[in-house]
Design a protein around this ligand. Structure first.
Ligand code: MRU
Length: 383
């Protein structure tokens, strides 16, 4: 079975798979408006840094394409000025859906720049609108090819680093959250690296944390690995230390939502814990992400905005009803696992792993490592 992708575009329709219902129910939702795209991102029906940027870009692209095809033509297509006045607030609105992943801001800024350049060039309104729609599609399409590139860079680098140690039985790699085809436009970043090792016959097992409270690991990564027939082992988030004590793990590979200029990296909550433990056990810790995830405007991790999710989300577990026979029904359930009315709940969606704990940052351009004796990266040269 082909891996699930988060976004489907066919017959002029923009749809996403509702990730809140996976793995037991595969439901596609139509995204007909900018508001629906914003809501899907905010409520995490779609999530993962590249995927949310792709949806934002595509929602504008579809909106403009539909407007271009409509008769009578909507008012905002009267002049370049009216188009600009109409589109700029849409881009600002989409940008507010989630704050940590830089990709969303990078996509909206890129569309804004495209609009500005065409505007200054004095092109007619329909041409500007078409260019904007094309740019939106391009943002989504670019993701797959670069994921394959970074996965190969990272996989080959790791094989070289591990050398003979892993060659006999293959490598064991731990990952956090979900960075596969559901989080991107296809193939994945850290999960792409794992897939590449598997396809090269060099992977023993993929290990992944459940990734509470949203359970991207146990719901989404589990499903992707199962679909790809990659041998894998799920662990609870609390078991990383135990895993490192009792099993030979060759690397930890994670994605990123934003990487500061010095290499400090924001990723799903729990990533920092895994990095501290990896350092303690001398296990290489690899961040795999597109160049666009590097935010040169942010000097270090203290400047990365960390999204706080609604407290209630940490009290709930989502899934399908269990039949008691090792199986589940398709009936969805949301279960509260805390007493009602808890007043103290800390629920950050991401944490920052300091560069010091990161062995390598892998992008589609190659592998960045720190200079000998340094504790941070200088990423200004790779963007
Ligand atoms: O809250 P989420 O599920 O959007 O968080 C996702 C992650 O932290 C991913 O690791 C990151 O976005 C990289 S996805 C290729």
């Amino acid at each position: 079975m082909a891996p699930l992708t988060s976004i489907r575009t066919s017959n002029g329709k923009l749809e996403i798979v509702n990730q809140l219902l996976l793995p037991h129910t595969t439901e596609y939702i139509d995204i007909n408006t900018i508001e629906e795209a914003h809501d899907a991102i905010k409520t995490m029906k779609i999530r993962g840094a590249p995927a949310i940027a792709s949806l934002a870009a595509l929602s504008l692209s579809f909106h403009i394409s539909n407007a271009l095809a409509a008769t009578p033509s909507p008012e905002f297509l009267t002049s370049p000025e009216s188009l600009k006045t109409y589109v700029e607030p849409i881009l600002s609105f989409l940008y507010t859906a989630r704050p940590t992943a830089v990709n969303l801001g990078a996509a909206t800024r890129r569309l804004s720049k495209k609009l500005q350049t065409s505007f200054v060039a004095g092109t007619d309104v329909r041409t500007i609108a078409q260019q904007l729609a094309d740019e939106g599609k391009l943002i989504a399409d670019e993701d797959v090819g670069r994921n394959e590139e970074m996965s190969k860079w990272g996989g080959d680098w790791l094989l070289k680093r591990v050398g003979d140690e892993g060659s006999a039985s293959g490598l064991n790699v731990l990952t956090v959250c979900n960075t596969g085809s559901l989080a991107t436009s296809g193939y994945g970043t850290a999960l792409g690296l794992i897939t590449y090792l598997h396809e090269s016959g060099k992977l023993d097992k993929a290990y992944y944390t459940q990734t509470a409270p949203y359970h991207q690991g146990s719901r989404l990564t589990a499903l992707e690995l199962q679909t790809l027939k990659i041998p894998s082992v799920m662990i609870c988030d609390t078991m990383v230390g135990s895993l490192f004590q009792h099993y030979k793990i060759h690397a930890v590979a994670v994605g990123a939502d934003r990487i500061a200029r010095n290499g400090d990296t924001a990723n799903k909550i729990g990533t920092y814990n895994a990095a501290v433990l990896a350092a303690r056990h001398g296990i290489p810790f690899i961040v795999v992400a597109p160049i666009s995830t590097v935010d040169l405007d942010v000097a270090d991790g203290s400047g990365i905005p960390i999204e706080q999710r609604p407290p209630l989300e940490a009290c709930l577990v989502r899934g399908a009803l269990y039949t008691g026979a090792g199986d589940a029904t398709n009936e969805q359930a949301v279960v509260m696992i805390t007493p009602r009315g808890l007043d103290g709940i800390y629920n950050p969606s991401f944490d920052v792993t300091p560069a010091e704990l990161i062995t390598a940052i892998v992008t589609e351009k190659g592998v960045a490592v720190k200079k000998p004796g340094e504790v941070t990266f200088d990423l200004s040269g790779i963007v």
